[in-house]
Design a binder for this molecule. Structure first.
Ligand SMILES: Nc1ncnc2c1ncn2[C@@H]1O[C@H](COP(=O)(O)OP(=O)(O)O)[C@@H](O)[C@H]1O
Ligand SMILES: [Mg+2]
Length: 337
């Protein structure tokens, strides 16, 4: 008789009560979460939330103040070598040698990992194909665009075939089009090469587009963890936004209330926001209410909630990127509502 192997849905990462203090300042505050084998897991939060600090602990770069973290069963703080062998990291700040070619950068990395010549050559060919950089591999990195550099770094992080790949702000500072292409590469890497990915980002759309599950993090704490869809559904429906002149608003709100279309109505700078279960179905009734009260509606939009809305709902503030001066694209501004 031979045994039956039951395939368990293993956790790639298990984090319990993980805390990091710098002096008297708590950067990461008792966070707990699991990352499942094969998923793309996102840490989403504003600048200073503690994302890089968390990733740095999980990838054995810094020690914890308290709590635990395991990568495929290995302790990130006492079994660093075992953990390092099974992870790849792409740092928030670029770490390529500009003077070397793309291929030379990868070759250097392979040597650092002690890969034999033949294997190194093979792997380099493969990862270059993965990120479609074969044509540019012989050129010095200083001539690469921002997107190409990022792709090369991801290729490098994946060279030793890690089980888990950490990507810290993978598309920071890139233009939207390049960002989208990078999402495709990250997605393909996950689905085709079966690598578990944990990424950090402050881009709501990035987390939404890529992640199977998202932990929203603010001030070192996880304030919510779920799939993108469930996070958005938690707001309880679509948002119908009406552009209405100030003097008609109170009358229209009363009329919508009376028609029992929604109880969740609020006045905004431009008009009225109404939360309904289904925007398309509620809109005719809302327009009827406007007609009956003779209030003119300038425009009406129906919007599925975004993760930005979720964040605002949870924290009362929004994440907004400031197009900073002189390459300071990393500046983020938190605005109070
Ligand atoms: N080595 C350090 N010494 C002191 N404070 C630090 C250090 N590293 C990070 N911090 C602080 O911890 C907080 C979280 O930083 P970080 O993890 O880099 O946030 P994020 O990656 O989410 O932008 C910030 O307030 C930052 O200034
Ligand atoms: Mg960071």
């Amino acid at each position: 008789m031979h045994g039956v192997l039951t395939k368990q849905t293993a956790n790639a990462i298990e984090v319990k009560g993980l805390t990091k203090r710098f002096g008297g300042f708590t950067a990461v505050d008792k966070i707990s979460f699991d990352v499942r084998d094969g998923e793309i897991f996102g840490l989403l939060g504003p600048n200073g939330a503690g994302k890089t600090t968390t990733i740095s602990m999980l990838s054995t770069i810094i020690s914890q103040t308290s709590g635990s973290a395991h990568i495929y069963g290995h302790d990130a703080f006492t079994e660093k070598d075992a953990v390092r062998a099974s992870i790849g990291i792409v740092f928030q700040d670029p770490s390529l040698d500009d003077e070397l070619t793309g291929r030379e950068n990868l070759d250097l990395h392979g040597r650092l990992y002690g890969m034999p010549d033949r294997e190194r050559k093979e792997v380099i060919g493969k990862v270059l194909r993965l990120v479609e950089l074969e044509d540019k591999a012989g050129a010095q990195v200083k001539g690469y665009s921002g997107g190409m550099k990022r792709r090369l770094e991801i290729a490098r992080g994946f060279m030793h075939k890690p089980k888990v790949l950490f990507l810290d702000e993978p598309t920071i500072g890139l233009d939207p089009q390049t960002r989208r292409r990078l999402w495709d590469y990250i997605h393909d890497l996950n689905r085709k090469e079966h690598v578990t990915i944990i990424l950090t980002t402050h881009y709501m759309e990035e987390a939404d587009a890529l992640c199977d599950r998202i932990a929203i993090i603010d001030h070192g704490k996880i304030i919510k963890l779920d799939t993108p869809d469930r996070l958005k559904d938690s707001l309880g429906g679509d948002l119908v936004r009406l552009g209405v002149e100030k003097r008609g608003r109170a009358r229209l709100i009363a009329s919508i209330r009376k028609a029992k279309i929604s109880k969740r109505i609020r006045e905004t700078d431009e008009g009225i926001d109404i939360t309904v279960a289904n925007g398309g179905r509620s809109l005719p009734g809302i327009m009827d209410a406007a007609k009956a009260t003779k209030v003119h509606v300038d425009y009406a939009t129906v919007k599925r909630p975004t993760l930005e809305d979720v964040f605002i709902n949870l924290t009362g503030k929004q994440i907004r990127e400031e197009a900073g001066a002189a390459g300071g694209l990393r500046g983020l501004m938190l605005r109070r509502r």
